[in-house]
Design a protein around this ligand. Structure first.
Ligand code: GRF
Length: 224
């Protein structure tokens, strides 16, 4: 079997995506191996790493005056562990162009919207306020610009009539847990090629199957 790529996950909070990444990369056929988990604070999600026997630590952002020093410490930990790929999973720090360029095309992020719609925070409330009928999540390669970069995988869910931001977040999160391990597998197995600012995946596209929301009654055409 091919070498598995040593991967780190950076978190700030609960770590449900981390848990999904750990679970899927434990499969023998996985091309990635989670070998280090770091928090920028004592994040509850670090427990998922400890429970799986994966080295976990904290590089406290508050321990450094300058972001550059914090990032040097982070970079040092990653390189000392022989890390090749990084997954940001609810990591609430903006990384500098210097850090991002040093790891170019080797850092993934998951964002809870269908980018380029709704970059930034509070995406579920903003999607409801905008009245969109489809919402979702995106895994992309990280660039210096926040929530931007070549898109690897997206997953969509319908917005339902009585949705609250919390209900929508729960629906989206379930999809996050599917697409993040899949996107990491694509990257780790060398099936992502970046051309210009587009990521091209060597993976079958979805069969043509429109997702209509609301959907026409089963006995009607798409024109209702
Ligand atoms: C997720 O919604 C992710 O898309 C966003 O932050 C949240 C992290 O959740 N970047 P968790 O810590 O993985 O549970």
């Amino acid at each position: 079997m091919a070498e598995r790529r040593p991967t780190a996950v950076l978190i700030s909070g609960r770590g449900s995506n981390l848990e999904a990444l750990i679970r899927r990369s434990a499969a023998p056929e996985s091309s990635a191996r989670i070998e280090l988990v770091l928090g920028d604070q004592a994040a509850p999600g670090l427990e998922h790493a400890r429970a799986a026997g994966i080295p976990a630590g904290v590089v406290e952002r508050r321990g450094f005056d300058q972001r550059a020093d914090f990032e040097r410490a982070l970079d040092g930990r990653l390189r000392a562990a022989g890390i090749e790929l990084i997954c940001l999973a609810g990591f609430m720090r903006i990384l500098s162009p210097t850090f991002v360029d040093a790891w170019r095309d080797r850092i993934l992020n998951i964002h809870p919207s269908l980018l380029p719609a709704f970059p930034g925070l509070d995406t579920h409330r903003r999607a409801l306020d905008a009245g969109v009928r489809l919402h979702g999540c995106t895994v992309h390669l990280v660039r210096a610009e926040v929530d931007a970069g070549p898109i690897i995988v997206q997953g969509a869910v319908p917005v339902l009539p009585d949705d609250t931001p919390e209900a929508l977040a729960t629906r989206v999160l379930e999809v996050e847990h599917q697409i993040y391990p899949f996107a990491l597998e694509l990257l780790a197995s060398g099936r992502i090629r970046v051309e210009g600012e587009q990521a091209i995946a060597d993976a079958p596209a979805l069969p043509w199957n429109p997702l209509l929301n609301p959907s026409p009654a089963p006995d009607r055409t798409a024109l209702g």
